[in-house]
Design a protein around this ligand. Structure first.
Ligand code: ZN
Ligand code: FE
Length: 254
């Protein structure tokens, strides 16, 4: 199985899983780049996977379905037009056209029903985990998001993470404000600056790299906790509280 990168809007990624001429689209917020790809490659759409209900992830579904029905997998906990197979954590998603199979993980926080897909060494996590960052808490609580991130962080370190936005460079600016003494983070900042200067995607990335550099996965580290406490002005008694303080801080960070 091959994974292709499509760009949409300002900074969204639409991921295409491909085997031969059969393609599965993940979070097609816009139909146009998907249709263009299918036409150019003489390929056909086999299914759609959705992580959550936001328009920049679902906006292309109706248009894609108007060209012919395909199964649309999405979170059972959210109402999304076009979903034919509602999914919950623990479900599996067989994709016979790609000889693939993904496991569904419940990852509430950014939205209440947000799900992620894990399989074949790849994780499609929508707006939950970003490179050096995490999604905003639009519907869920900090505790929910923290639990979701911990679940993702427990996957094998060589897992390739396919998140839905190119936010890495601005996330790294915040990460450096939190943990300026992190050498791995400093090195990643240089590498990412180079990649972005060449207009290359910084996604996918490995979970191992996140564990070394993403402050939101490093709430147990002394420097991260100390920065969060300095910013929030009080002792933070648990990693989940450090996480909540970091998320608050980042919301107002420029
Ligand atoms: Zn979103
Ligand atoms: Fe999004």
């Amino acid at each position: 199985m091959d994974i292709q990168t499509l760009h949409a809007f300002e900074d969204n990624y639409i991921w295409l899983l491909r085997d031969g001429r059969r393609v599965v689209a993940v979070d097609p917020g816009d139909a146009a780049p998907v249709l263009h790809y299918l036409e150019e490659q003489h390929a056909s759409l086999a299914a759609i996977l959705l992580t959550h209900h936001h328009g920049d992830h679902t906006g292309g579904v109706a248009d894609l379905l108007s060209r012919g029905p395909v199964p649309v997998f999405g979170p059972a906990g959210e109402t999304i037009a076009g979903v034919t197979v509602p999914l919950r954590g623990g479900d599996s998603v067989p994709l016979p056209e790609l000889q693939g199979n993904f496991q569904v993980m419940d990852v509430p926080g950014h939205t209440r029903g947000h799900i992620a897909y894990y399989g074949h060494g790849a994780l499609f996590c929508g707006d939950t985990l970003f490179a050096c960052g995490c999604g905003r808490l639009f519907e869920g609580t900090a505790d929910q998001m923290w639990a979701s991130l911990c679940k993702l962080a427990a996957l094998p370190g060589d897992t390739l993470v396919y998140c839905a936005h190119e936010y890495t460079q601005s996330n790294i600016r915040f990460a450096l404000a939190v943990e300026s003494g992190n050498a791995a983070l400093q090195m990643r900042a240089v590498r990412v600056a180079q990649m972005r200067a060449e207009n290359r995607p910084t996604v996918p990335f490995t979970l191992a790299e996140e564990l070394e550099t993403n402050p939101f996965l490093r709430c147990g580290q002394a420097e991260v906790a100390a920065s969060a406490e300095r910013h929030s002005g009080g002792k933070l008694s648990a990693e989940s509280k450090v996480f909540a303080a970091l998320r608050e801080w980042k919301n107002g960070f420029r």
